[in-house]
Ligand binder design. Sequence first.
Ligand SMILES: [Zn+2]
Length: 700
Amino acid sequence: MPISCSTNLKIRPDHLDRQALIYVRQSTMIQVRENTGSTARQYDLVPRALNLGWPTEHIRVIDQDQGHSGASAAGRDGFQFLVAEVSLKHAGAVLCLEASRLARSCSDWYRLLEICALTDTLVIDEEGVYDPGQYNDRLLLGFKGTMSEAELHWLRQRLLGGKQAKAEQGQLRFRLPVGLVYDPTGKVVIDPDEEVHQAVRLAFDLFVQRGSALAVVTHFAKHRLRFPTRGWGGSHDGELIWGRLSSGRILSMLHNPLYAGAYVYGRTITRSQLLPGEAPRIKGRTRQIKPGDWPVMLLDAHPGYISWEQFRRNQQKLDDNRTWRTAERRGAVREGAALLQGIVLCGWCGRRMSVRYVQGGRAPVYECNQAHTQHAARTCQTMRGDGIDAAVARSFLAAIEPAQLEVSLAALGRIEERARQIERQWQLRKERSQYEADLARRRFLAVEPENRLVARSLEREWNDKLSAIEQLEREHAALPKTAMRLASPEDRRRILALAQDLPKVWHSATTTNTERKQLLRLLIKDVTLTRREKIITIAIRWQTDALTTLELPRLRKSWEARQTDARAVELIRQLAPSHTDQQIARCLNEAGLSAGLGGAFSQRKVGFIRWAYGIATACPERPKGCPSGQRGDERYSAQKAAELLNVHVSTISEWCKSGRLDSISTAPASPRWIKLTPEIIAELRRPVRRRHHRHCVSEA
Ligand SMILES: [Zn+2]
């Protein structure tokens, strides 16, 4: 091997005293298996090290990274061992075929160079010997590292670009979901196996009818229906495997646009990320991309099971069914009694209102508490739900009346259709097992009788198939046939008769809350509730976007229920100046008003209300109740007037009779109310001293 003079100068005896580490790596196991030439070239570095002067015992080959990409140091134990050895100054030189073998990432590469420079370790490749401590060598090595990283990037770009270009023409092939297959010319077609495409069709039909993925799974489980999977790649390519339908399967089907005849590429994106832990490793994380951002989408590219519009509706429905982030979604129908669960909106803030149950779960309460639960703000509004539910139900029943016959007929049609589909699935299943048994029989008959070993195993297979048919027959017979029974003509008449009276069905005890809610959602999109002081406004938005507004008197709170009628309080306020409590009570009872807790008004009750509302009284017989002696129209009681004018009450009475004072009274015997102005008081008031003097005299 030609080694220049300057190269030899770089290798000093102290380098030769340390180890020569030879790093061997290929990116994938396939390369290791098939590209043996490169591996051999890498191992040829051992004679090269010997040639450069390292003794055999100092040469060490690091090859535990076979099959690992050089894109990162993570997961490459050999590379990390190498770095450790270099750091500990155990290595005199690191040998590799080219820089890219050591690291395809610049950060790993520069780290290694840095450590090599610090520990005076040489880097040797096919072309020369470099001392990272020397600036020129380091510059060259730096370039090599950068180029190696760039090479990886370009390689990937070219591959991805090719893939993308192929996908844009709808020609990139990938694993198809069950129910769709590639025909011999490479076109996507509906699976020709009738049992398979019937099962897929049934799953989609059921979702449209039931509106929930879980309901589809339940239906399949209940009727013991099986769902197919087709093997992909390997020895089981194209093989059918029948099993139970899981919710993950049905969800991925519903989200898959291929079933709607669209060719889509790039529904997910995978990014590498470092997983923390004892030994950090890099792992790809796959994320879904929103339908609007799919890089390639070709509509009507192949036959599908559903239309594109139906696919969009299914997505919307699945989105609605989600229970998290309920602000924007209806959520699936639940078992609770609250009729408007999931479709009720707050009229103040527009958020979706939640349902809570009180009185042992009997009475629903609609509550707008999202702002409260999320950022401790005030609860927007809360209201009892039973009255609201009843009002909406009335409105719903009224709306459905003209259409009720069609609705029920359609429902009946759906039930029949479903029953037929189930029966068809079972027939296909039986046909398939019969076919398999026939095949096994033919195979058994075709074999030479001398070939006993083969004949025996074929006979066993035939027997197995026959018992499988029997098993299937038994399972089918054991299934409840309710669905079929419903479709009989007399049942049809019965259902039709029942449908005439939808309100009866609605109120029937056998109708579940879930069914009522599903019925309601057929016509009603959402309901907005707004609570004002006295009324609750219920705005019903129908599926047609028409709007109906109802008003409901707000249910009174317990303290409000005990509160005196505002009209009674007003009347008391009017009568108080001129009437006694007893008279007021009589007036209130005559007006047909009742006290807060029910029952007639009494003198005591009126007295309490006056006290509670601070209404001045007109009762001279109870001066404590009227300390000022002056009533609302500024007239004074006789007692007070006497006090103010410094005369005896009898004098006041005389003055009133003679007309010297302006007085009124409601009845001949009832108290007088005297008008006093500052001028009248000044004119008629007796001097205090004289009265005092008279007192003294009388006392004496
Ligand atoms: Zn609100």
